[in-house]
Design a binder for this molecule. Structure first.
Ligand code: PLP
Length: 384
């Protein structure tokens, strides 16, 4: 078990927190705007300094507003996991979208043709059967469908594992005039099981090496691709250094969270997303109950992580462990027995920002003057 509590997580002093809590009903999701903007800028700078495009994964924030902030600061487009996320982002004005996923359901293919006619959309592919599924819908379209072959760099999820299969799929794609082999991509999700920074670095280097080798192999066979894409928040700073890589797709870095802190991929003062909750009961002197349960904090204690986090989030303004959750209750064990005022605020760093954001309808964006703006989590629950 690992605790990620640090005084540097503190974002508001007591009176600022009370002031905010008076005007925000709870549970609520707060974004600290200057931290958010700094995170976006820092990742963009990392990409720029390494001559790479940044195509951030928006599954973390699922908000068109934040996607536009990323694009304004230099992102070349966005990455989504789902077609429905891509549709929402297109409606909000984003017109260059990589769906880093395989699309095989017939109803999705019908929707994909529409999106494809409206904006630039690229999809993932790792199996020649997918060509047959896409053919009836796309073979007569004027604009070819751009695809990127997914390479498995050790996560053992989707992706091509060997050169023979890679060449076979690339040649099959090249033989179809309605398809355009735009790139190759990988995601080293196994990094979330790493336990040291050295391991994270090794996984990041291996992630880049896997696409570098695939790229070189295709080149030797006379097949050129435009984009060589890698992506995860912890590996970005390692994989981007490889000269073959020309695109990174981190997502979580806009917020960071408890999991990123356990991996050493973020500093406490970079965390920008917090759940604001209210104390509703104090059954014992060392226990309080808040109005945020599993429907606000999620049950995630480290997605694939070997180092389970202590509790279901990290309370920042009171030293305590979130020991148990019901759907709408969080049960906190206080480090020190004390009387806690009912109705007082508790601010919590979520363990996993991406899954927590998906549970809420809106963010309360707080600027340095404690002014507040509400922004929609427009693609929340979009999983089809
Ligand atoms: C294909 C793909 N690319 C990029 C990312 C972004 O990684 P992270 O959440 O570490 O920022 C993910 C995350 O799941 C992913 O699946």
């Amino acid at each position: 078990m690992k605790s990620v509590y640090s005084p540097n997580l503190q974002v508001f002093n007591e009176s600022q927190l009370k002031k905010l809590h008076k005007i925000i009903d709870t549970p609520a999701l707060l974004i600290i705007e200057d931290r958010l903007d700094r995170n976006i800028l820092q990742m963009q700078t990392l990409a720029d300094e390494n001559y790479s495009w940044l195509r951030p994964h928006i599954k973390t924030h699922k908000s068109a507003d934040i996607a536009h902030r990323q694009i304004i600061l230099g992102a070349s487009g966005i990455t989504t996991a789902k077609l429905s996320e891509a549709e929402i982002m297109y409606e909000a004005g984003v017109d260059d979208i990589f769906i880093a996923n395989q699309i095989t359901h017939p109803l999705k293919i019908n929707r994909l043709i529409i999106l494809h006619s409206q904006c630039r959309v690229i999809i993932g592919i790792d199996n020649e059967q997918q060509i047959e599924l896409l053919r009836p819908a796309f073979q007569k379209t004027i604009k070819p469908l751009e695809v990127r072959i997914e390479i498995d760099s050790g996560f053992s999820r989707c992706g091509i594992k060997d050169n023979k299969a890679l060449l076979n799929l690339a040649q099959k794609i090249m033989a179809e005039p309605w398809l355009l082999l735009e790139g190759i991509f990988t995601h080293a999700g196994q990094v979330y099981s790493a336990s040291t920074e050295t391991e994270v670095a090794k996984i990041g280097e291996a992630e880049a090496k896997a696409v570098e080798l695939a790229h070189t192999f295709l080149h030797k066979k006379g097949i050129e691709v435009q984009t060589v894409s890698v992506g995860s928040t912890p590996t970005a700073k390692y994989s981007v250094r490889n000269d073959a890589v020309n695109e990174i797709r981190p997502g979580n870095y806009v917020f960071y969270d408890g999991i990123q802190l356990t991996l050493g991929s973020a500093r406490a003062e970079s965390c920008s997303l917090f759940v604001l909750a209210t104390v509703i009961s104090q059954p014992q002197k060392d226990q309080i109950v808040i109005d945020a349960g599993s429907k606000a904090l999620g049950l995630d204690r480290g997605a694939h992580s070997m180092q389970l986090l202590t509790g279901y989030g990290t309370p920042v303004n009171i030293r305590a462990t979130i020991e148990r959750l019901s759907e709408e209750h969080g049960i906190l064990k206080l480090d020190q027995a004390q009387i806690v005022e009912l109705g007082s605020p508790v601010i919590i760093l979520p363990n996993h920002a991406c899954s927590v954001a998906n549970l809420f309808e809106k963010y309360y964006l707080i600027n340095e003057h404690l002014e507040m703006e509400m922004i929609n989590i427009s693609a929340r629950k979009k999983s089809q």
